[in-house]
Every structure is written in C-alpha cells, then in structure tokens.
Design a protein around this ligand. Structure first.
Ligand code: ZN
Length: 243
C-alpha cells in the first residue's frame, strides 16, 4: 500500500493543493495519513479541513487543532499564535469542530503508530534530539512511528544494536533493515527548515521504501490572504523564508 504522509498543513490551502497535485503526478496514494495541525496560523482552515476529509484515511489531532476548538489553553502560545488561534476558532463551523473533536491523539495503522508530537506526549512533545527519541522508542511497539509538530523533516533510527541515530530526511530510504524509525515528514503549510517549499512523504508499505518530496507553491497568494484576513503579518512573512 502507498501512503502519503502530510503534517502541519496549518490552513495553507495553496501548499496543500500543491502537495496533492504533486502526489497525483507521482501516481497517487492508496491513503493519505495526516499527522495533525490541520488548522492554525493560516487563512483557509475550513477549505483545508474539507480537502483533508475527502482524502484522509487516517488523521490525529495536533496542539493547534485542539486549541482551535477550545480543548487547549492558548496561554502558553506566543501572542501571535494565540491571535491566529482565536481567528481560527471564529472561522470554524460546527461540522469542522465536530471533526477536530473526534480526532484521536494516537492511532495505530499496522506497523505504524501515528501521533502529532511524540508517543510520550502525543500533542505536545517535540522530537528533535536522540535523547528524546530514545525515550520515546520505548513507548510504542510498532516498527515505525510517524510524527509532525516540529515542522522539520527528520529521521530517528534505533538500530539492531540499540544505537539511536538522527538523520536529515533523505530523498529516498529503504525501511527493510532491522531498525525501528521515528519519521517526521516535515510541514506542508509552514516549513521551518529554511526551505519554503511544502514537505511531504510517501511510504510504500509493501516495498518498505520512504520517499520525501518538496513542492514549490505560490506562497504569495497565501501571504495576501493572511494579510487580508487580519492575521498577524509574521504568519505571512515567514512563508517566503521557510521558518
Ligand atoms: Zn504545527
């Protein structure tokens, strides 16, 4: 089965559409799996939710999804993120709220555990070091864990000898060896690794290969929408820089 992995769409419709078009051009996928933060920051929460609900075979909730439906206090968000969250909460309709409220925080799909943050703290924890990754490898029993949240494409490997390694996400990776992996496919709608292109991945579960893709999109359209909506201007400027 071919599964497309998307994370941190953050209400960026142009980036999400570009990723889905790129996916189709590469032969499509049997399922789309979403690693959370569908909404927050961007100007098109409802359209992104509609598109995701048409396509997603599996999805988990992120901290921004919870904040937008009042399940999480935004007191610890920075002021601009909190303002964007408030804007999103007002934009969502009843069916959007019901969908987000129904998303699990952890989901098992065969050999894969899906969470937004980490198995230890599914909505909150950032996995950005081998120390944090190692602690989390002990907390899920599938071979693979798929995550989002940091907006950075990264790969953590626990090899057969018990060594924990961190890798930049390669363009292509064979998953057939005896290692276990925590995989972050990067962010669709707000990349933060210095590359403004949308990030996603495709896993072929039969062939056990992972392919990571970057997709250029017209972020100027998204930036204009952000400013027109009265969202914080920094939400627009960061899209051209990828941070
Ligand atoms: Zn996010």
């Amino acid at each position: 089965m071919r599964c497309a992995l998307v994370a941190d769409i953050h209400s960026n419709l142009e980036a999400f559409q570009a990723v889905l078009a790129d996916l189709e051009a590469r032969g499509g996928a049997d399922e789309v799996w979403c690693l959370g933060d569908i909404v927050g920051y961007g100007p098109d929460p409802r359209e992104c939710l509609r598109l995701l609900r048409q396509r997603a075979g599996a999805a988990v909730a992120g901290n921004h999804d919870w904040a937008a439906i009042g399940r999480l206090d935004t007191g610890h968000f920075n002021p601009e993120a909190a303002a964007a969250c408030q804007w999103t909460a007002e934009a969502l309709q009843e069916d959007d709220v019901a969908y987000l409220a129904g998303l699990p925080v952890t989901l098992r799909q065969g050999d894969f555990t899906l969470v937004h943050g980490s198995p230890r703290e599914p909505v909150w924890e950032y996995v950005l070091s081998t120390q944090v990754a190692r602690a989390n490898f002990a907390l899920f029993d599938s071979r693979f864990c798929l995550i989002g949240h940091s907006h950075s494409p990264l790969l953590f490997e626990l090899d057969a000898r018990g060594a924990c390694l961190m890798h930049q996400m390669p363009g292509q990776l064979s998953l057939a060896a005896g290692s276990r992996f925590i995989i972050n496919c990067g962010s669709v709608g707000q990349p933060r690794d210095g590359d403004p292109r949308a990030s996603y991945a495709v896993i072929d579960t039969a062939g056990q290969t992972l392919r990571h893709y970057r997709v250029a999109y017209n972020y100027k359209v998204t930036q204009e929408k952000i400013l027109d909506a009265g969202l914080p201007p920094r939400m627009a400027s960061r899209l051209s820089l990828g941070w």
